[in-house]
Design a protein around this ligand. Structure first.
Ligand code: NAP
Length: 222
């Protein structure tokens, strides 16, 4: 039976899920935080911007008569996931979590697993040339290392100059082709990757490329 569904999105997987559910005949709205300037088109309806905490989300669910809430946000987007759990409790709407599983380390991977961005910062050896593959809101902390070069990958250009002393910006999304990711690493003489264990396919090619080149990946676990 067709249902009114709200997907908390902002990921490739959420967009794929919206397409699938719309083709199954459901009335689907995908919610985006509004961080990306030009998000790719999403099948079904889209709404943009915060709800105003768990209470605001609960009010939205009731007002819009949502029957099924799906959390398909990025695994490091912790606040909205907490809010979703809380709002589902407040409204008794059907609730499902579809966040990605983390990547698993393979035999050839040279991972240094860390718990925080601060630990990642200290794990970078002096003189390293690093692909910084993090969301733009997570990079300021790396300004503390003037002995390191950063190639910062960003989807949108920064709104203000980055604080990093020694860096270049690589605009655009990561490629899903590991050989293209490998050429990014080799052409820029990179020695390390710093990223989070986001899981999913969209950003995995850099991990495969690092493995092929036997480059260390400093990876922040969930
Ligand atoms: P967050 O810290 O968990 O959320 C902060 C606030 O942003 C939330 O309290 C909520 O505001 C609003 N928000 C977040 N996701 C929303 C959504 N899908 N729809 C409507 N409001 C949303 O989230 P974040 O880490 O800033 O990530 C924001 C969005 O970008 C997420 O949707 C996530 O899927 C996507 N994303 C995040 C990352 C990442 O690295 N964190 C990477 C790729 C994509 P209110 O409390 O006002 O409702």
């Amino acid at each position: 039976m067709a249902k009114k569904i709200l997907i908390l999105g902002g990921t490739k997987e959420a967009a794929e899920l919206a397409k699938e559910l719309v083709s199954d005949g459901h009335d689907v709205t995908t919610s985006l935080a509004g961080r990306t300037k030009e998000p790719l088109p999403i099948t079904g309806k889209t709404r943009i911007g915060g709800f105003g905490g768990a209470q605001g989300l609960a009010e939205y669910l009731m007002l819009e008569k949502v029957e099924h809430l799906i959390d398909a946000t990025h695994p490091f987007a912790k606040q909205i996931s907490k809010n979703a759990v809380e709002a589902a409790k407040l409204t008794s709407v059907q609730f499902e979590i579809r966040t990605r599983k983390p990547w698993e380390k393979k035999e050839d991977d040279l991972w240094q697993e860390v718990a925080t961005l601060g630990e990642a910062l200290h794990a970078i050896p002096s003189g390293a040339r690093v692909l910084l593959a993090l969301g733009s809101q997570y990079i300021d902390i790396f300004a503390a290392r003037s002995d390191v070069f950063y190639l910062v990958r960003m989807v949108d250009p920064p709104t203000k100059p980055l604080k990093l002393p020694n860096h270049e910006i690589l605009l655009g999304k990561p490629s899903t082709d590991w050989q293209i990711e490998q050429s990014v690493l080799t052409q820029n003489n990179l020695t390390h990757i710093v990223c989070r264990n986001s899981g999913g396919q969209g950003a995995y090619a850099k991990i495969q490329a690092a493995s092929a080149l036997q480059l260390p990946v400093i990876i922040v676990n969930r």
